[in-house]
Write a protein that binds this ligand. Structure first.
Ligand code: MGD
Ligand code: MGD
Ligand code: MO
Length: 660
C-alpha cells in the first residue's frame, strides 16, 4: 500500500489484512520507495558514446531511440532473418502483464519472427522432476504448514528467501510440529530449526531413498495409498532397498543415527510437510533430486492429510494462460536457452545479431560471466537493454530504454509461495520518460508501422484476457473485483488437498516410474543422480564445492546498488570451515580469490562452522561494479546443464581459494 502526497509516493507498507503477508515486508522491499527515487535511476533513453562495457552514454529522445531501433531491427530481419533477434527476458518482474509470467512483448517478437527465449534460469529442473511424479509442480497451500506435525525444510532458506511462510511454520510448531533443516549450510533458517542435517551437496535423492528405507523397515508405508494412488511401487521399493542408512550415511556425509532417527520420525508422523524449493535443483542431479523427494508422500500417504505433501511452488495452481499469439509467427523459430547465453552469443552458424535484454541482468546473474562479457563486447551485436538502473549489463548496451517500477505500472501478479491473485494498480506517474514494458512494445510496434491489432491491446485488456481462461481456480474472479479488493484467493478449499481427485499424470496416479522420463532419456524409476561435485569428491586442482545461495539483502541483483543495503551487506564473504582455511593458511577476514578454470572473484574469508568441510559459500546478487575485484560468483559458475530442462548449476561448482 502506497501513500501518495502531491503526486509522489511517500510511504509504503504491507497490508495487514493480507492473509499471507499480514503486512510484513522484507528488508529489501522496505526500501522500495527510496530505491524508486534513487539518484542513479535511468530516466531517459540513452545511446552509447563510449566503447562497449564502459557505460558512457548520451541522452536521446524517445523518437531518436525508436528510429534507431526500428531501423536496426528491420535491417537485421531483412539480412539475417528474425531468428537473429534474441529477446532475453529475465525475472526482474514476474508480473503477468509486464513480466516474464505473461511473456510480455512476445506478440511483438512473434510478428518479427524472433527466436523463442526459454526462461529456464530459476526453477525449471525441479519443475520437470516434479512433473514426472506428480504430473504438476504445484504442491501444498503453504498456509497448511500450520497443520503439519513434521516439517522438512529441504534445500530452502525460508527466513531469507521466503519469510512469509515462517509464521505458518511457527503455528505448526505451537501445535507440536518438529522442524528439520536439510542444508549443507547452517543458514539462519537452520539456526531456528529443531534439528539441522548438514548434508553433502548434491546427495539429497540418496537421503530421500535412505529415509524411505527406514519407513519401509518400520512397516510404515501407507499400503492403501500405494495400492490405489501410485504407479510402480515394486520397482521403486527395489530402488529404495539399495539405500540402507549405512550406505546413505557414506554418500551424504550425515551420521547413520541421524538418518535412522529422521526416518523413524517420518515413518510415524502424519502429516509431514516437505518444503523443498530451488536450492537443491541448481545441481547436475537436481531435477532427479526433486523427482525422488516428491516420491516420499507417495509412500507415506501424506497427500491424503491436510498439512501433508510437498511444497515447491504454487504457481501451477493459478490457471492464467497468457495468449502470446504464436499464430503470428511467420514460420517456426528456434528456441534459445537463457542459461546458455554465453554459448548463444558465440554461435557463428546462426549468429545472434540483436540481444534485447529486459528485466534481466545477465552480467551479474548468469553463468560463466567472462564468456558473457566477451559475447557482449562483440561489435556486430546490437544490444538494447530496458532498465531502471545502470547495471553491469547496461554498460554493454547500444541503446538503453528507461523502465518503470512496480509503483508506476499496472500488473497482475501471482505468487509461487501462496494462493492469491494480486492486482497492482499504479500509484504514481512514471518519473522522467520511463515507460512500462507493454507501453514500450506498443510504441515500437507503432513506430515500425506494424498493423497486427493485438499488439496494441491495453494493459486492462490484457488483464481481462488472462482472467478469462475458464480455469476453475479463477471462477468469479473478475478484474473489477480484483481492482476493488486488491487480492483474491484462488477458488480452492481450505485446507487444500491438491491431489484429492488424482494426479495429472498419464496414469492419474503418483508415478514412481515414468514412461515420460524414459522418453526424455532418463531413468524409468526415480532414483539418485549425484551432482557433479558429489560425483568427484577429490577433484584437483579445484577441490572445494561452491554454493551461491540467495542473499538476505539483495533480490538476485536487484537492490545491489542500494547504498544502505550495500552498507549492511558489507564486503562479499566466502564461508569456509576451519579445517579448509587452515590447510590454506587463511586467516579470518583475509581477502581471497575464489577461482577455477572459468575465472575468479574476490571476497573476504569468513571462517565458520556454518559450512561443512569441503564446502564454501558466497551469496549471489552483487553488482560487479560495486564489488572488490569486479566479479561475482558467476565468474566461476560453469555454463553447464542440470539433468532436466538445461537448468543452471549455481550450487555445483569446483573451486580453489587463495589469499590475494
Ligand atoms: N532475500 C532474497 N530472497 C529471495 C531471492 C534473493 O535473491 N534474495 N531470490 C528469489 C528467487 S528468484 C528464488 S528462485 C528463490 C530462491 O531461494 P531458495 O529456493 O531458498 O534457493 P537458494 O537460495 O538457491 O538455495 C536455498 C538453500 O539450498 C541450499 N542448498 C544448495 N545446494 C544444496 C544441496 O545440494 N542440498 C540441499 N539440501 N541444500 C542445498 C543452500 O545452501 C541454500 O541455503 O528465492 C527468492 N527469494
Ligand atoms: N550464482 C548464482 N546466480 C544466480 C542464482 C543463484 O542461485 N546463484 N539464482 C538465479 C535465479 S533464481 C534467478 S531468478 C536469476 C535472476 O536473474 P535475472 O533474471 O537476470 O534477474 P536480476 O539479476 O534480478 O535482474 C533483473 C533486472 O531487471 C530489472 N527490472 C526489474 N523490474 C523491471 C521491470 O519491470 N522492467 C524492466 N525492464 N526491468 C526491470 C532490475 O532493475 C534488474 O536489473 O539469477 C540467477 N542467478
Ligand atoms: Mo529465481
Amino acid at each position: 500500500m502506497v501513500t501518495v502526497r502531491d503526486g509522489s509516493a511517500v510511504k509504503l507498507r504491507g497490508n495487514p489484512e493480507h492473509p499471507f503477508t499480514r503486512g510484513a515486508l522484507c528488508v529489501k522491499v522496505n526500501r522500495y520507495l527510496e530505491h524508486a527515487a534513487a539518484g542513479d535511476r535511468i530516466l531517459h533513453p540513452l545511446r552509447r558514446t563510449g566503447r562497449k562495457g564502459e557505460g558512457r552514454f548520451e541522452r536521446i529522445s524517445w523518437d531518436e531511440a525508436l528510429d534507431e531501433i526500428a531501423g536496426r531491427l528491420a535491417d537485421i530481419v531483412a539480412t539475417h532473418g528474425g531468428e537473429a533477434i534474441w529477446p532475453y527476458q529475465g525475472t526482474g518482474t514476474l508480473g503477468f502483464i509486464q513480466g516474464e509470467e505473461g511473456r510480455a512483448g512476445r506478440r511483438f517478437w512473434n510478428v518479427l519472427g524472433a527466436s523463442e527465449h526459454d526462461l529456464n534460469i530459476c526453477s525449471r529442473a525441479g519443475n520437470i522432476g516434479l512433473r514426472y511424479t506428480q504430473g504438476s509442480p504445484g504442491g501444498m497451500d503453504t498456509e497448511d504448514f500450520a497443520l503439519s506435525k513434521l516439517i522438512l525444510l529441504w534445500g530452502t532458506n525460508t527466513l531469507t528467501s521466503g519469510h512469509h511462510l515462517w509464521k505458518f511454520i511457527q503455528e505448526g510448531r505451537a501445535n507440536g510440529a518438529y522442524v528439520v533443516a536439510i542444508d549443507p549450510i547452517r543458514t539462519r533458517t537452520a539456526d531456528q530449526a529443531d534439528e539441522h542435517l548438514p548434508i553433502r551437496p548434491g546427495t539429497d535423492a540418496a537421503l530421500a531413498l535412505g529415509l524411505l528405507h527406514v519407513v519401509v523397515s518400520e512397516g510404515a508405508e501407507d499400503r492403501e495409498f500405494l495400492a490405489n494412488h501410485t504407479l510402480g511401487w515394486d520397482e521403486f521399493r527395489a530402488e529404495i532397498m539399495k539405500y540402507p542408512p549405512a550406505t546413505v550415511a557414506e554418500i551424504t556425509g550425515l551420521s547413520e543415527e541421524s538418518i535412522v532417527a529422521l526416518g523413524r520420525r517420518l515413518a510415524h508422523t502424519r502429516p509431514t510437510a516437505i518444503r523443498a524449493t530451488m536450492g537443491i535443483q541448481r545441481h547436475a542431479g537436481g531435477g532427479t533430486a526433486m523427482r525422488t523427494i516428491s516420491c516420499i508422500p507417495g509412500v507415506t500417504g501424506d497427500w491424503r492429510h491436510p498439512g501433508g505433501g510437498v511444497s515447491y511452488s504454487t504457481s501451477a495452481h493459478y490457471g492464467l494462460r497468457p495468449d502470446t499469439r504464436d499464430d503470428l509467427l511467420p514460420h517456426p523459430v528456434r528456441s534459445l536457452t537463457m542459461t546458455r547465453l554465453a554459448e548463444g552469443l558465440e554461435d557463428i552458424e546462426n549468429p545472434v545479431k540483436c540481444l534485447w535484454v529486459y528485466a534481466a541482468n545477465p552480467m551479474g546473474s548468469t553463468s560463466d560471466q567472462n564468456r558473457i562479457r566477451r559475447g557482449l563486447l562483440r561489435d556486430d551485436l546490437f544490444t538494447v537493454v530496458m532498465e531502471q538502473f545502470p547495471t553491469d549489463t547496461v554498460d554493454y548496451a547500444d541503446i538503453v530504454l528507461p523502465a518503470t517500477m512496480q509503483i508506476e505500472h499496472a500488473d497482475l501478479h501471482i505468487g509461487y509461495g501462496h494462493m492469491y491473485l494480486v492486482w497492482n494498480e499504479p500509484a504514481v506517474a512514471p518519473p522522467g520518460e520511463c515507460l512500462s514494458t507493454t507501453e514500450t512494445f506498443r510504441r515500437i510496434a507503432r513506430h515500425m508501422g506494424l498493423t497486427e491489432p493485438s499488439l496494441y491491446d491495453s494493459d486492462l485488456e490484457l488483464a481481462e484476457q488472462l482472467l478469462s481462461s475458464g480455469h476453475p481456480a479463477l471462477e468469479g474472479i473478475t478484474l473489477d473485483r480484483l481492482r476493488k479488493e486488491g487480492w483474491v484467493r484462488l477458488n480452492y478449499p481450505k485446507p487444500f488437498l491438491p491431489y484429492a481427485e488424482g494426479f495429472p499424470t498419464p496414469s492419474g496416479k503418483l508415478e514412481f516410474v515414468s514412461e515420460r522420463a524414459v522418453a526424455d532419456g532418463l531413468d524409468r524409476v526415480a532414483g539418485y543422480v549425484p551432482s557433479r561435485t558429489a560425483r568427484q569428491k577429490r577433484r584437483k586442482p579445484y577441490p572445494l564445492t561452491l554454493i551461491t545461495p540467495a542473499s538476505h539483502t539483495f533480490l538476485n541483483t536487484v537492490f545491489g546498488n542500494n547504498p544502505e543495503l550495500l552498507r549492511r551487506a558489507k564486503n562479499p564473504r566466502v564461508l569456509i570451515s576451519a579445517e579448509d582455511a587452515e590447510r590454506r593458511e587463511l586467516v579470518d577476514g583475509a581477502r581471497v580469490r575464489v577461482f577455477n578454470e572459468h575465472g575468479e572473484f574476490h571476497a573476504e574469508v569468513e571462517i565458520s562452522d556454518r559450512v561443512r568441510r569441503g564446502v564454501v559459500a558466497c551469496e549471489k546478487g552483487r553488482w560487479l561494479k560495486h564489488t572488490i575485484g569486479g566479479a561475482n560468483p558467476n565468474a566461476v559458475v560453469e555454463e553447464g546443464d542440470a539433468d532436466m530442462g538445461r537448468g543452471p548449476l549455481y550450487h555445483d561448482n569446483h573451486v580453489e581459494i587463495a589469499a590475494v
